[in-house]
Design a protein. Structure first.
Length: 155
């Protein structure tokens, strides 16, 4: 059962978190392109698509910690420092996505629809920075899941 849960956990991470990290990373560049060509409908469509990917796959990404907790419980490692650190980093990444990245993308799309280009570079830079931190958090969690310092499970 542990291998099955671990497989679901890894698949959920790859299929849900992967698209969010890619789409969120692409959003600032697409936003720059949309600001460079204000009448470019394709650029705006790309932004809406990237934002939708972030929203939908971010919601599906809830499965990652659910399967993670189930796997950790079956392995008996719920109290391990590496797991607690991973949980905290995952919560930070989720908070960053929900509280700053998605609302920032929403605001950028709203401003673009209103042809408000005044805040364009600042918003784009902020989103790029937040997305970089989001991706770094997930990369750190991934490394912790693989290395698992102090783990005694042998798995």
């Amino acid at each position: 059962m542990t291998k099955f849960l671990l497989s679901l956990h890894v698949l959920a991470a790859v299929l849900a978190i992967g698209p969010v990290t890619v789409a969120a990373s692409m959003f600032p560049k697409a936003l720059r392109a949309a600001h460079a060509g204000p009448g470019d409908g394709d650029a705006r469509s790309n932004l809406r698509l990237l934002h939708r990917i972030c929203r939908v796959y971010g919601t599906v990404g809830v499965a990652v910690p659910v399967f993670g907790f189930a796997t950790a419980g079956s392995l008996g490692v719920l109290g391990s420092a590496w797991l607690i650190t991973s949980i905290l980093l995952t919560a930070a990444a989720a908070g960053l996505l929900v509280l700053w990245i998605l609302p920032g993308q929403d605001s950028a799309l709203t401003a673009l629809r209103a042809d408000d280009t005044a805040a364009g570079p600042a918003v784009t830079a902020r989103l790029a920075m937040l997305t970089g931190v989001f991706n770094l958090l997930w990369a750190t969690v991934t490394v912790l899941m693989i290395v698992r310092p102090g783990s005694t499970t042998g798995a």
